[in-house]
Structure formats: structure tokens, C-alpha cells
Design a binder for this molecule. Structure first.
Ligand code: ZN
Ligand code: ZN
Length: 421
């Protein structure tokens, strides 16, 4: 009797579930999600299974640059002491004609350059605003690291002179080559080392609005900056009737105000307010006003400069940009400037055309690999690599029983006939 009751009860439950489900599927209100999915497919609207063509984020390596478009990516925007969120000064400019330029290559910026998925051969032009480590501290890493990543063209660098030869870019980079002699010698003769060559172009720091680069429809000019010692500059890039200005570190100066005027895109330093240098960075009041308003440019001074320059987009960088500093920096800029402004942070991206400027953030991919060169390698034969010394040979434990099978595997797979040293 008990089991018969169970069966009747079970049938009743199934019946009730069936009635409720039926109502759910028939009721137009309850069923609106299902209907909208069907309509979306019918009318080719975006569905959750199709790519959204209008992304509000930039994914490096996935977006064609239009022929008339300039894309600028902030790869270092912080202060001299780098931190995970902000490397030191570095901006990448990409043009619709295929050209790419780096303006400064400060400490910590190399990893952000690598994350842009640009083959190393195609990022070989670097313009240095001055020789502070926060503006070229990752140059050696980019130069020699690039040879391992198969950059097969020389690295071309433009930088200012100083008052004496030993204060200029040429001297500094020649010494850098000497400093890395051991590194260079370990690679020469073993890898295609064409990317190990440096093309150093030093120009006069006093030059005003002078062309230092002119190729492929792109003109780059230099003008002086006022910062610490003679030998700091800023740059103007002109292409396709658009003007990009990169201000290196500077006190507000007459050349920036004159030659950046009316630029489409104008970058200028803006240091942290002196108040925050005291409370957050432990500066004394005297250090804070000296560094924050005399050696560098305060947000109020930045705004004053931009109120005269009137660019389509003003970009402030060179400060720790956080939830608690940004409101104060912006409020101080707004005392003196009411135009378009971006408070730059690493991975901020601007697409600039004559019609408009689109500002987004780039996606950060911690797992990204640096992109190898696209050109074919050449054999390094003909260049003599440093031979193993007796000391190295005396210390080697070769483990042939595990190494030989690795060679066999590679030879089998690739039709080679390689042998261990
Ligand atoms: Zn500096
Ligand atoms: Zn700096």
C-alpha cells in the first residue's frame, strides 16, 4: 500500500513540474530572454558568441592602424623610482605608414614594450630626451635583450649633446657598449648579432626647432628643455599634417610654449604636487617645493603651459597616478587649464586622427611573449665566437646520456645533424 502511494505521489509531482514549465515557455514575459536571443541571431546583431567589434579596450597586436591614424601608447609614466604600476618615462608612437618610434626608454619600460607584440625589427628608433636614468635606464636591456629576441637590424638612437663631449649621448652610449663588453662577447659568433650594432645620432641640445630626422614622410624636430644641466631636450613629430610633441623633463620653458602651440597631441611632465611630496614621499617642505616647482613642473604650471599651447589633447605624466593623487593633480591643473587632458598611466592608449582622439587602456597580458623578428636569420659563421677556455672545459659535466637524446630528438624532427660541443 505504501509503495502504491509513492508511485501516485511521484506522477503528481512530474505533472505539476510539466505544467509550470509549459507556462514558463509560453508566457511572453518570462520567455523574453530566449526570444531576444533568437531575434539577435535573425538580425545579425551581436550575440555573446560573436566578437564585439567596438571594444573599449586596446588589445595589442589585434588592431589594424588606419593609414591616416597615429596610435600613442604610454609605456612608462611614473617618477624616477619605478613601481609595478608605473615604469619610468617611455612613449611609443605608431603611424599609419608603418613607422614606430620610442620616446625615452626609462627604467622598467622594456617589459611594457615587449608586451605590445611588435617584432623587434620593427621597433628600432629611439629618441632620448636626456640622460637621466629614468629616461634611458632600460636602453641596455632593450638593446641587448633585442639581439636575443632576433632584432636583426641596428638599434638607432637619437639623443642630445652636452656642454662637453663626455656629457653627451654619444659618449654615454659608447661607454654603455664598453660596460657590456662581456655580454656582447658571449653572444658574438653564436647568434645572428646584427641587432647588436648601435647607430648613435647625437645632435646639439641648443638646436631650436631643428629637424633631426626626416624619412618616409615623418619629420622629427628638437628644441631645448630646461632641466638640471644643459643637455635636455623635447621633440616634435610631424606626420600626415598632425603634430605630436614629447616633452622630456623640464621647467616650463619658452620653446615648448612656442613650438608645441596648437599641437594635436602634447605630452609634458607634471610632477606630484609639493603637498603630496611631503605627505606621501617624505620630502622636507623645502625639498618638495624645490623639486616640485623648480626642477620639475607642478600641475598648476603644467596647466598654465597648456592654456597657452592649447593642444587638442594635453597629456600629463611623471607622477604616481593613483586613486588618491589623481583628484588633487587634476584639481590643481584645472586652476589654470580647462581644455582636454589625460593624466597618463602605463598602458593608456590614444588613437589620433584629424577627426578625433580616442583614449583607451590597453589590455595587460602577463603571459605575453616578446615577439621575435620577422626577417630570416643569417648564420653567424665568419664571426669568431669566444672559444671555451681551459677553465670552462675543466668545469663542465656534460651528462652525454641525457644530452645526446635531446640532440637525436631535434635532428630527427628537423632533419639536422647537430652534435654536442
Ligand atoms: Zn630628468
Ligand atoms: Zn624624469
Amino acid at each position: 500500500m505504501k509503495s502504491k502511494f509513492k508511485i501516485i505521489f511521484g506522477v503528481l509531482i512530474v505533472f505539476i513540474i510539466g505544467v509550470i514549465s509549459g507556462k514558463y515557455l509560453i508566457d511572453p514575459n518570462v520567455n523574453s530572454f530566449l526570444m531576444s536571443t533568437v531575434n539577435a541571431q535573425d538580425s545579425n546583431l551581436i550575440s555573446p558568441t560573436l566578437a564585439n567589434p567596438d571594444r573599449d579596450m586596446y588589445f595589442p597586436g589585434t588592431e589594424d592602424l588606419k593609414p591616416d591614424e597615429m596610435r600613442i601608447t604610454a609605456l612608462g609614466t611614473g617618477q624616477p623610482s619605478v613601481r609595478p604600476k608605473q615604469a619610468a618615462a617611455c612613449f611609443l608612437v605608431e603611424l599609419g605608414n608603418g613607422d614606430k618610434f620610442l620616446f625615452d626608454l626609462g627604467s622598467g619600460s622594456h617589459e611594457r614594450i615587449a608586451a605590445q607584440k611588435i617584432p623587434y625589427d620593427y621597433i628600432d628608433k629611439v629618441f632620448l630626451s636626456h640622460l637621466h636614468v629614468d629616461h634611458f635606464g632600460d636602453l641596455a636591456s632593450f638593446w641587448l635583450g633585442g639581439t636575443v629576441m632576433n632584432r636583426l637590424v641596428p638599434l638607432r638612437i637619437w639623443g642630445p649633446s652636452g656642454d662637453t663631449p663626455d656629457m653627451g649621448t654619444k659618449y654615454s652610449l659608447e661607454k654603455m657598449q664598453e660596460m657590456y663588453k662581456w655580454d656582447v662577447k658571449t653572444r658574438s659568433g653564436f647568434v645572428d648579432f646584427r641587432g647588436g650594432a648601435l647607430e648613435i645620432n647625437e645632435f646639439q641640445y641648443e638646436a631650436v626647432n631643428k629637424v633631426i630626422y626626416e624619412e618616409n614622410g615623418v619629420v622629427i624636430k628638437t628644441f631645448p628643455a630646461i632641466h638640471s644641466l644643459n643637455g635636455a631636450v623635447s621633440f616634435i613629430l610631424e606626420w600626415n599634417d598632425m603634430t605630436f610633441v614629447y616633452g622630456g623633463d623640464t621647467f616650463p620653458n619658452k620653446w615648448y610654449i612656442e613650438y608645441a602651440k596648437g599641437a594635436d597631441f602634447a605630452i609634458h611632465e607634471s610632477f606630484l604636487p609639493a603637498t603630496l611630496l611631503v605627505t606621501k614621499q617624505g620630502f622636507t617642505p623645502s625639498e618638495a617645493v624645490n623639486v616640485g616647482t623648480q626642477a620639475h613642473t607642478s600641475p598648476e604650471q603644467f596647466g598654465k603651459v597648456m592654456s597657452v599651447v592649447k593642444p587638442r589633447m594635453a597629456v600629463a605624466y611623471h607622477f604616481y597616478n593613483d586613486f588618491d593623487t589623481q583628484p588633487e593633480v587634476l584639481q590643481r591643473i584645472r586652476k589654470t587649464y580647462d581644455g582636454e587632458v589625460s593624466l597618463a598611466i602605463d598602458y593608456m592608449v590614444w588613437n589620433v586622427t584629424k577627426e578625433g582622439i580616442k583614449t583607451r587602456m590597453a589590455a595587460k597580458d602577463e603571459d605575453v611573449w616578446p615577439s621575435p623578428a620577422m626577417r630570416d636569420k643569417v648564420s653567424p659563421s665568419g664571426v669568431e665566437g669566444a672559444p671555451f677556455t681551459d677553465f670552462i672545459l675543466s668545469g663542465r659535466v656534460p651528462f652525454p646520456e641525457v644530452v645526446q637524446p635531446i640532440y637525436d630528438e631535434i635532428n630527427d624532427k628537423h632533419g639536422t645533424n647537430l652534435k654536442p660541443d
